[in-house]
Design a protein around this ligand. Structure first.
Ligand SMILES: [Zn+2]
Length: 61
C-alpha cells in the first residue's frame, strides 16, 4: 500500500531526455517528488546542480 517516489514507473512510455529529446538513460528524482529524464550527456552536465539540490539520479538500462 506504500507508494514510494523512487519506484520505477512502468506506465511511462516516452522515456526521452527533457532537454534534448534523445533517449533517456538517467532518471532524476527531485526532492519535491517530481522526476526528470535526461540523456547521458545532460545527466552528466546537470548532475552537480541536481545533487546539490537534493535530487537523486538513477541510471536506467
Ligand atoms: Zn539530453
Amino acid at each position: 500500500m506504500t507508494t514510494r517516489m523512487d519506484s520505477p514507473s512502468p506506465t511511462r512510455l516516452d522515456r526521452r531526455c527533457d532537454r534534448c529529446g534523445a533517449a533517456a538513460t538517467v532518471r532524476v528524482i527531485l526532492s519535491t517528488g517530481h522526476d526528470l529524464l535526461f540523456c547521458g550527456h545532460h545527466a552528466r552536465e546537470h548532475r552537480p546542480a541536481l545533487e546539490a539540490a537534493g535530487a537523486r539520479l538513477s541510471t536506467q538500462a
